[in-house]
Write a protein that binds this ligand. Structure first.
Ligand SMILES: C[S@@+](CC[C@H](N)C(=O)[O-])C[C@H]1O[C@@H](n2cnc3c(N)ncnc32)[C@H](O)[C@@H]1O
Length: 222
């Protein structure tokens, strides 16, 4: 027997979905969240699994997801709204333009980039987010001691990321990867992508870098 499941209508939650045109440049995080708190940004949030769990388990921090696909963006907003979360926002935009134009210096405690589109064809590699000028921007935007975490199933993307971090980012040093709140045993992030790829026994790659603190930079002790 065929069972037709009724598709739920996704709701917009105005306190969570952020309209780009309403935001000042540079963005002011305390104004956006209504308080001063640590800020974490996820680039390419998909349906928001990482953010949902992270925001629920860390009510003392604020979380912002950046997602350009409308269906995923709306799905994430609807999920966060149904959970009644007050410490998460979603913005629908292209991440490179967003970080370059909206995010102020030393304003973010953590960037999270999990299973970004790998663009495997050589001619498409320039479309990868985690490279070149975007890394310089992330380094600029991180607070001292802030961190970047990145996970991919593409070995080529991972190797490129390591090479470019070394080339472009003098203030970033390798550090320990902190598993996400959604991660189960043996997982790093706990999103659908990670679970699917682990079921398929694909090798996965992770990296974590943190920005050196000013005292260390100033004393030359790096
Ligand atoms: C493979 S999915 C991973 C989603 C999620 N991070 C996870 O682990 O389940 C990659 C997501 O990044 C989004 N994305 C890719 N490039 C983007 C860009 N330049 N700006 C904003 N979002 C982007 C895609 O629309 C997609 O939702």
């Amino acid at each position: 027997m065929l069972v037709h499941r009724k598709k739920r209508v996704l709701q917009d939650y105005k306190g969570i979905s952020v309209c780009l045109d309403d935001l000042p440049r540079p963005l002011c995080f305390p104004a956006l969240f209504g308080r001063t708190a640590p800020v974490h940004v996820e680039i390419g949030s998909g349906k928001g699994t990482f953010l949902l769990h992270q925001a629920r388990h860390n009510p003392e921090s604020d979380f912002l997801g950046v997602e350009w696909a409308n269906a995923y963006y709306r799905s994430a907003v609807d999920r966060f709204g149904r959970w009644g979360l007050s410490n998460v926002r979603m913005v629908r935009t292209e991440a490179s333009v967003w970080v370059r134009n909206w995010l102020p210096d030393a304003s973010v405690d953590g960037f999270h980039i999990y299973f970004p589109d790998p663009w495997p064809k050589k001619k498409h590699r320039k479309r990868r987010f985690f490279q070149g000028a975007n890394l310089v921007e992330l380094e600029r935007i991180l607070k001292p001691a802030g961190g970047i975490q990145f996970v991919t199933d593409s070995e080529d993307y991972f190797q490129q990321a390591l090479r470019e971090l070394e080339k472009e980012c003098r203030q970033l040093k390798p550090t320990a990867f902190v598993p996400a709140a959604a991660a189960g045993q043996g997982e790093w992030v706990g999103t659908n992508y990670e679970r699917k790829y682990r079921r398929e026994n694909r090798p996965l790659y992770k990296l974590a870098f943190s920005k050196i603190e000013c005292t260390k930079m100033c004393s030359g002790n790096v």
